[in-house]
Ligand binder design. Structure first.
Ligand code: URA
Length: 176
């Protein structure tokens, strides 16, 4: 998709950040879209939020080699604004293809944008984070976006509960 011109984000991006991780991963994490660092490097979650995500994963014994990490949109929205609905609609076929190839057992939605597109358009992240939803045998967990944790430290306690819930679900499903 490096040459994709499917929406206006192609005009301002430097690199697409397709996604990366283990092709046999059973856990898929989905963010919103690339930020500045991701746009420069063409990799998801490599900026400050990504470094926090790495530490969060490590806290429950996961890393980039065991999970797969992707975003709703693969090109940086200018100024890190939320993706517009038409941009998300243009890009979602890539995420659907990633999902179809991986066939994950667990999908962690990082933040409201991912949770709304993947779980339920009516999701409110402060209300609904940490509540598992099961769809067709796949477990979806909405949680805070790591960038939100960097902005507001008080959310870290709830994020930690969500991580523990993730670890417990991995154990329950005997994934690792
Ligand atoms: N924020 C996201 O949602 N995704 C990234 O890849 C980086 C920051």
């Amino acid at each position: 998709m490096a040459d994709c011109r499917g929406c206006r984000l192609a005009q301002t991006r430097r690199h697409t950040a397709f996604g990366e991780g283990n092709r046999a991963a059973q856990v898929l994490l989905v963010g919103e879209g690339p930020g500045r660092e991701e746009d420069l490097q063409g990799r998801p979650f490599v900026g400050p939020a990504g470094r926090l995500l790495d530490r969060m994963l490590a806290a429950v014994g996961l890393d980039r080699e065991t999970v797969y990490i992707a975003n709703v949109v693969k090109c940086r929205p200018p100024g890190n604004r939320n993706p517009e609905p038409d941009e998300a609609a243009a890009c979602l076929p890539y995420l659907r293809a990633q999902y179809a190839l991986l066939r994950p057992k667990i999908v962690v939605c990082l933040g409201a944008v991912a949770a709304r597109y993947l779980c339920d358009p009516g999701i409110r992240i402060t209300r609904d984070r940490g509540r598992w939803r099961e769809k067709g045998g796949v477990w979806f967990l909405p949680t805070y976006h790591p960038a939100a944790l960097l902005r507001d430290e008080s959310k870290k306690r709830e994020a930690w509960l969500d991580l523990q819930a993730l670890a417990a679900k991995i154990k329950e499903l005997e994934i690792q």
